[in-house]
Design a protein around this ligand. Sequence first.
Ligand code: SF4
Length: 368
Amino acid sequence: MRKVRHVMGISGGKDSGALAIYLFEKYPHLDIEYYFTDTGKELQETYDLIRNIETHTGKKVIRIEAAEKSHEDPFDHFLKLYGGYLPSSNARWCTKKLKLEPFEDWVGDDLVVSYVGIRGDEDREGYISRKGNIQSIFPFRKNIWSEDVISKVLKNSNIENLITWYNDHISVQKLSRTQEVVNELISSRYTIKDKLNDLLDIDIQAFNKVVFEFLKTTEYPLAYEGDFALLDNEDNLVREDIFNILKDSGVGVPKYYEKVEFEVNGLKGEYARSRSGCFFCFYQQKIEWIWLYEQHRELFDKALEYEKDGYTWMQDESLEDIVKPERMTQIKELQIKKLQKNNQNKKSAYLLDLLDDSEGEGCASCFI
Ligand code: SF4
């Protein structure tokens, strides 16, 4: 039987940090290789988090770097190859070249189970590797399986197999309801998501065992494993749980998430950074650029140096323009309004809890 590697990428964000701790504590027998793909432009807080995780788990986090032989940082190396063309959400060469490709090179053709920290309160799959020898698992969600697995296991032509597998794994009391759900055909009125949720509502562990039976008929990496520890996983962890894992373990929450107070025209507001990744990441919101300017001026100045030959980090304005006094005031006032609108009855040390729209965009490799 081919050996299967279990790996987990730590981005420097709260969710992957918490997942590393969670897996280490809940599934100590899983031999997980923790890794970090370094763009060379990460925040210091990311390195601090990785060091703390290494101390907590006693395991080394493997550093992977694109263009290892280059004398430049990975990002600068590729920026030169792209002729100074700054990446953007529409041309995200950075994630591909600096995160996904080095990871895929590192695993090569090995069979790999890759654990991803997307939470139970998020409705997204993330930007993850689609190579056939890499299978993603999402331990923080009720549905730990990836979209591609679910679409295959629940397709209408598989109903007979599902009935057979369920017969072996569901209790007598739940059998008739399960058969009813399994026999219902997927259609525009009864979507795959509806079916998935109905089956999870009946019995998560039984569903996982049935998916595992299905995997044995495929070439997915888990087909080569005799058993899988996470089949018993029924957790559904949300943002608050993530912060608690980081705090309770002593690893700590990366400092950039902590809100900082500012004042504008006599009004008080708060800002913070909502994600890990490169300090100049184009996914950051305008208020986060202001945070960078006022809280990490040296990093802002470095980001500014990249804006030349008509290339800018934001599509609609340059960094030079965004920090003009009247524009900064405008952005801060908008932030205060947004906070007032979202703030009712919410008390939290983290802006992310108050501004629910500040994460979600981007990729699993950089931000989770
Ligand atoms: S953090 Fe942002 S800039 Fe850096 S690699 Fe990821 S998407 Fe690109």
